[in-house]
Design a protein around this ligand. Structure first.
Ligand SMILES: Cc1cc2nc3c(=O)[nH]c(=O)nc-3n(C[C@H](O)[C@H](O)[C@H](O)COP(=O)(O)OP(=O)(O)OC[C@H]3O[C@@H](n4cnc5c(N)ncnc54)[C@H](O)[C@@H]3O)c2cc1C
Length: 299
């Protein structure tokens, strides 16, 4: 890449940057600090037809053992800052949500504690409208902006993002966001935050020795009801299923946890077996929530 990009790592193992500790190398991983750097990387890559991917905390990714060609960027520097202005919160696309949440609670601002208990950057969370039964990240978004893969700037209102269940129509890489939060009693917010954390600690495998990518499958619509994929897998007898170093968690059947010897392909094999089991037992097709790199349908 160009002369002033200093934080460039060639053949960087993505296993070191993904929450599940799996995945082969990125041909080139670049940490980007400024808009000028980002535009340079995007325009150069576009001109050379080099694929560009953006990595957040790697908590919803399953990267193949062969890794990915081209450039993987991480948004750092000016993209990892957040600030508050009354009930408005501005955050860069690379900001770690886990840093913003406690600060919003401390300031008595309601709207982000609902997203506690999972690792995410703001951009990664918006890409899949992350959330759970307490709320989703789109609930309080006002607008976001960023760059298309050819380096053109864009802006989107929350309506234009067309958020749905674990779905968004982001136009490109999100670099800046604005949220509107609501003033509330900090004591109440602290209590709610604690309750979410406590509930997740009981129900999910969150320890350092049980790496995962969170929920492997989306909760399916059965008729008009969105059912818990974990419950369907559990009822079908999936807990404890194993392929090599990958197994269905005994704590939460929608989590696939891995040992250090596991491979991404073992995780995929196990996911296929779980899909077959649930299809046979419930006549329901589970769809992966975890994002595969490269995309098997569009490598
Ligand atoms: C223990 C655990 C618990 C979890 N619990 C939940 C949960 O309760 N609810 C939930 O929704 N998810 C959960 N997840 C999944 C994961 O935390 C979320 O999907 C999170 O939002 C992913 O963010 P990330 O920054 O790690 O994105 P990554 O995994 O790095 O990337 C995911 C996708 O977002 C894209 N992306 C990243 N940054 C940007 C950007 N700036 N602009 C555009 N696209 C971008 C990537 O290209 C990729 O396609 C859990 C994961 C773990 C490991």
């Amino acid at each position: 890449m160009g002369a002033f990009i200093l934080k460039e790592f060639l053949n960087e193992p993505l296993s070191q940057h993904c929450w599940n500790k799996l995945g082969g190398p990125a041909e080139c991983l670049i940490d980007i600090d400024t808009e000028d750097e980002l535009v340079q990387v995007l325009t150069e890559s576009h001109a050379k037809r080099t694929p560009v991917r953006v990595l957040g905390l790697g908590s919803n990714l399953l990267v193949s053992e062969d890794g990915v060609p081209g450039v993987v960027i991480r948004l750092k520097g000016e993209f990892a800052h957040f600030s508050f202005d009354g009930e408005t919160m501005h955050a860069g696309g690379g900001t770690d949500l886990r840093k913003i949440i406690p600060e919003s609670v401390r300031r008595g601002l309601d709207g982000l504690w609902q997203l506690a208990g999972f690792p995410a950057t703001i951009g990664g969370a918006l890409a899949m409208n992350a959330g759970g039964r307490w709320g989703e990240i789109s609930d309080n978004l006002v607008h976001c902006s960023g760059f298309l893969l050819d380096g053109t700037p864009y802006q989107q209102t929350v309506e234009e993002c067309q958020f749905g269940y674990r779905h968004s129509q982001l136009r490109g890489i999100v670099t800046q966001t604005t949220f509107h939060l609501k003033a509330a009693d900090p004591k109440l917010l602290r209590r709610q935050l604690k309750e979410v954390m406590a509930e997740k600690a009981i129900a999910q495998p969150l320890g350092a020795n049980t790496p995962s990518s969170g929920c492997a499958f989306r909760n399916p619509l059965v008729g008009k009801v969105r059912c818990s994929a974990g419950q369907l897998i559990d009822e079908a007898g999936g807990k404890g299923m194993r392929v090599g170093g990958a197994s269905v968690s005994s704590e939460h059947a929608n989590f696939i946890v891995t040992t250090p010897e596991a491979t991404p392909e073992e995780v995929m094999d196990l996911m296929n077996q779980v899909q077959q089991l649930v299809a046979k037992h419930h006549n329901v097709n589970l769809v992966p929530e975890v994002i595969q790199w490269p995309n098997p349908k569009n490598p």
